[in-house]
Write a protein that binds this ligand. Structure first.
Ligand code: URA
Length: 268
């Protein structure tokens, strides 16, 4: 483990470490000081979640210069009947930039599309931009973003490198309130098309809004953790939102379990 990894694990209250033999340290390390060491060492977290990447190169086969993608399979049409399924990255970014389809756009400074590796295996989905994201136009750049970066580092991931980060809604809700159902419904086709273009191997839903929006059903976050869910053929796991973890640091151990679970899933 390098110094940066150690710092990330300290940030997560995950250091010093217990390491299971035969498994990379960053995958199986659990907090030795946590009251939940035994729970953390369980093979998988208690509750729930998500899928797999076709071998063809999506960038080469799906993009055209005009902002359209080659038609994607009919299943994707069913998932995203808004016409967005014809768009490639260029076209989709433009659509989001120009969007005024819900009441959030009037109250925010700019849309926040998403950031990272457009061919990533890992997709992390949050709720919506906050003040920092609204100012900078990039998801998770405030305090919650710093913690997310540390969570990524703890499993040897880095923003932008095999990782894409997006939100359910692309505009900042006033006073950082939870997006309303009509706002989520209006914005979801953008996220759906982002997922169709990325074709991640795993989606990690950060918090209840992301999880329930993607899964299309209401449930408690606790009941959704620890399981591989299916997002239209892509595996999806659920963990706590970093902003919640900042308010409830005792829950970081559970988030760590979820990250280990996600990494195990990715290695299968
Ligand atoms: N919270 C989110 O859900 N998304 C962000 O981009 C920032 C904070």
């Amino acid at each position: 483990m390098n110094i940066r990894d150690e710092a990330a694990l300290r940030e997560l209250n995950l250091y010093p470490l217990w390491v299971r033999r035969g498994i990379p340290a960053a995958v199986e390390a659990v907090p030795a000081t946590s009251a939940s060491v035994a729970e953390s060492q369980a093979a998988a977290p208690v509750p729930d979640e998500v899928i797999s990447k076709p071998t063809e190169d999506q960038t080469d086969t799906r993009q055209s210069a005009a902002g359209f993608a080659k038609p994607v399979p009919s299943a994707d049409e069913g998932l995203n009947p808004s016409g967005l399924s014809l768009l490639n990255w260029t076209g989709l970014k433009q659509k989001v930039r120009d969007c005024t389809a819900c009441k959030l756009r009037v109250g925010c400074s700019r849309t926040v599309f998403g950031v990272g590796d457009e061919n990533a295996d890992w997709l992390f989905v949050g709720e919506g931009p906050g003040a920092d994201e609204d100012a900078q136009g990039e998801p998770f750049v405030g305090q919650a973003g710093k913690l997310l970066d540390n969570m990524l580092a703890a499993i040897n991931l880095k923003r932008g490198s095999n990782v894409y980060i997006a939100n359910v809604v692309k505009c900042r809700p006033p006073n950082n309130r939870t997006p309303e159902p009509d706002e989520i419904a209006t914005c979801m086709p953008y996220l759906q098309q982002q997922i169709a273009l990325i074709k991640p191997k795993l989606v990690v839903a950060l918090g209840k809004t992301a999880a329930t929006s993607l899964l299309g059903r209401d449930a408690t976050l606790g009941s959704l953790r620890g399981t591989i869910h299916d997002y239209h053929g892509t595996p999806l796991i659920v963990t706590y939102h970093p902003a919640y973890l900042l308010r409830s640091p005792a829950e970081k151990a559970k988030a760590w379990q979820d990250l280990c679970f996600a990494q195990q899933r990715m290695m299968t």
